[in-house]
Design a protein around this ligand. Structure first.
Ligand code: GRF
Length: 218
């Protein structure tokens, strides 16, 4: 059985992944509630998306802090004040530090627009095009101290088509992003993710017969 996990979502821009998580939370297919959205960028449309759904939306401007660690200290304080259990990076264009990672051990997820470990870092879609890759996609992973190096949770592949541009490939990848990010969070909510070495093990869901023993009506 899953309980409702409290999510804090960090964004910098459009927030289409944020929207997919809001939608799945509201339609009951994701056992999680977004308790705050934080952006380093005041103009991020994702803040407006949060407002529309009555989710606390905060702008914390990184330029007001002495350095990355000081900024992350403020993020940790705000996330903890809201009771966040799982931190969701969704287009958050900041390098995060051990201050944040150590406050939420194996409880920070990121989505990256490539099949990791290929094409980490910025402009992953363009990297895939420039490399002539025939397949690309997206990866949800736990965040560690490296850039896009943490244990992989879920991936989805899309074809790279002749004539693709960065925009057309990004749009194809985003369709899959919006599908797999809520899926990865739901696996977390169901308590089915564990990390062994650098691998994520996904516990199979309980068979229907086991469920019906507890609840014959199920
Ligand atoms: C996505 O492509 C994601 O993979 C990357 O940043 C982008 C965020 O898009 N990390 P959006 O703001 O969720 O629309």
């Amino acid at each position: 059985m899953s309980r409702r996990v409290k999510l804090g979502v960090l964004i910098s821009g459009s927030g289409s992944n944020l929207q997919s998580i809001i939608d799945r939370s509201e339609d009951g297919t994701l056992a999680a509630d977004i308790v705050c959205v934080i952006s380093n960028n005041a103009g991020a449309f994702g803040l407006e998306r949060a407002h529309r759904h009555n989710i606390p939306a905060l702008h914390i401007d990184h330029r007001l802090f002495a350095g990355r660690s000081a900024y992350d200290t403020a993020l940790v304080e705000t996330l903890q004040q809201h009771g966040v259990e799982l931190v969701i990076l969704a287009g958050f264009m900041r390098i995060i530090t051990p201050v944040l990672i150590e406050a939420f051990p194996m409880a920070i997820m990121n989505i990256h627009p490539a099949i990791l470990p290929s094409f980490p870092g910025l402009h992953a879609q363009l990297q895939a095009l420039d490399h002539g890759a025939r397949i690309s996609g997206c990866t949800v992973h736990f965040v560690d101290v490296g850039t896009d190096t943490g244990p992989i949770i879920v991936q989805a592949a899309v074809p790279v088509l002749d004539g693709d541009t960065e925009e057309s490939l990004s749009a194809r990848i985003q369709v899959e992003e919006h599908r797999i990010y809520p899926r990865a969070i739901q696996l977390y909510a169901e308590g089915r993710l564990s990390v062994e070495g650098r691998r994520v093990v996904i516990t199979p869901s309980a068979p229907a017969s086991a469920v019906s023993l507890e609840n014959p009506a199920a």
